[in-house]
Design a binder for this molecule. Sequence first.
Ligand SMILES: [Zn+2]
Length: 206
Amino acid sequence: MANALPRDVPAASASESVAREPLTACPDCRGSIVGITTGNCPACGVNIISAIRRHESNHSVRVEGAARYRRALVLALLAYALLAAVLFIGGDPGDAAWFVRRQLFFVPIACGLWWVLCTLWIGFDQPLVLSFVRIAAITAVADTVGFFMWWVPILFFNQLAVAMAFVVLMLQWMDDLEPQEAVVTGFLLGAVRYMVHIGLAQGEAA
Ligand SMILES: [Zn+2]
């Protein structure tokens, strides 16, 4: 799905941002890309397909703002309901408090990381609140996966599974991400979650 149109972009807005006639200018620097053979802009070097996708995504966020918020919010509520159900059924006393505390630390850090990655690398300018809701939802599902991994006593496998959950959900829900972006971001989030986990556990032990 790397270079496909974002799922929820109506045809009209997609054709607005991507001209029906052949593209002659780089979406980023407006330099001419007539006759290029490599797929990269000769002036600024950006990958043209990737630049189109990014501009479309930023455009569709503005057009489809309300629908995206609604969908993100529903997914977040479902994700937290799932986590709460799993903790209620299989958790020990104190587990819920631990999960809540870790999320309170991790979600803002993850949002900050996401913002930095968007600014420096991915190039999205998604509204911060929308990103926050989506990352909270993704965290809730990844934590649910992590809960089941408590019974898998293999070093690092737990964290790997959580990171994989991040990757899959970033691909699914932040639907404009390219696979390589989702993989790198997902594993970074997994690593940060692990550090927050260790930090909180040590703070508790001290
Ligand atoms: Zn360019």
